[in-house]
Ligand binder design. Sequence first.
Ligand code: UDP
Length: 494
Amino acid sequence: MTNQILINGRDDPKLHFVLVPLMAQGHTIPMIDMARLLASRGVHVSVITTPVNAARIKTVIERVKASLLSIEFVPLPFPCSAVGLPKGCENIDTLPSKDHLQSFLDACALLREPLILHLKEQRLNPSCIISDVWHTWTGDVAQEFRIPRFAFNGFGGFSLLCRHIILTNELHKKTSDEMEVIVMPGFPHHLELLKAQMPGSFGGQGMEKFAEELKADQQRFDGMLVNSFDDLEALYIESFQKAIGKKVWTIGPMSLYNKDVADMAARGNLASIDENHCLRWLDSMKPNSVIYVSFGSIASPIFPQLVEIGLGLEASNHPFIWVIRAGDKSPEVEKWLSEGFEERVRSRGLIIRGWAPQVMILSHPAIGGFMTHCGWNSTLEGVTAGVPMVTWPHFAEQFVNEKLLVEVLKIGVAVGVKKMTRWGVESSEVLVKKDDVQKAVSTLMDEGKDGVERRKRAREMGEKARKAMEEGGSSCENMTLLIKQVQTDMLKLA
Ligand code: UDP
């Protein structure tokens, strides 16, 4: 009987889902939420990781153990030396430069045999693999076990469709003028982007082989999972589904799995601030008064840009939480903060150096706005929290997410940046000045008619996000359908 569970009242063999996240915060965090959502439905889940990544998420692993959810974390040794990566370079945010990305992906692909071996040794056969869309090699593992494989894509439906249209029409090759306005042909409504803001192929130069692999893999996987919900993106998901000819399930916002403070605070890296101190600070602020400023796990503005952000926040006169990932810029940043800035904003500014408990902060009633780089997780977490956003995209598909927030949902105020920063290549340019930061924050936090309406729209969308994950909600139903499909496939194979 130990191998049996009841799903929807039927006595079926226990399902075993193997989750293979990409080792990058924006990809791993939602897949760990996914693991917990699946396990809470009675599915046994193996999460494939590596020793360095397992050490980082130690608190999450401990919390999962304490929750008695049937999740096993499997750290497979990561073959850095085989591909010439420095020892311990097991996460995209630890790569010395973007030039090492292909080597990193080659090392990931070398996990194929160890994973097959591990699964063969396990008592419970795998029922399906859910792997990051970047892990194309997991298609071979699924084939070995004759099980379905679903690709998890860390983008939202709006940007997936947009990117698909750009690549199939080769729009990025049509002009060399970065400021040319390009209209997306076949998009469900009028949408234009500057050439400079278009997400191209993954990784760009030097990554052509990988871009081809991704394209070929689209024919191979059995469906795609997206962290989104129908009320937000059904229109784009439907078109994207048609375009790729594969089922796309919306199963989010998965961050809503985290109901209690300790779970929220433990997401991703260990937080650089004591969560109770952070909560006490938020409790001391008025509802909807604080702006939370963070640019995710990869973007890292240059020092002069950080100064402009700080001065803009100061000039706005609003309370703020500012997350600074200074890295090797720390000494000059610390010097500047200590030379008066921190003292001047002491009564209304909280600076987090490093990793913030983002979802915990966003869910606090004192938060009234979010200045974001528009990474998809942050975008969705802001939508879920029901807060309006100042949009400041940096690279990848972030400019497209900005369009969704500002032009479609009308819950965002653009800071006005037009050009992409290249990931891993520090631009010496200050793209946004203090006055623009101040203006965007003041517009967002304004309590006039426009501000009130924007806030109302954001709150309503946050409500819809919560409904999607409740029993009977679209994302909750989609997860049930996904589990049922795997169950049916498994019974056919038995
Ligand atoms: N995050 C966090 N604390 C931080 C920075 C980021 O918890 O200090 C989380 C954030 O909540 C989100 C993820 O890291 O879930 C970042 O993903 P996103 O897609 O927004 O951006 P990326 O980091 O991939 O650019």
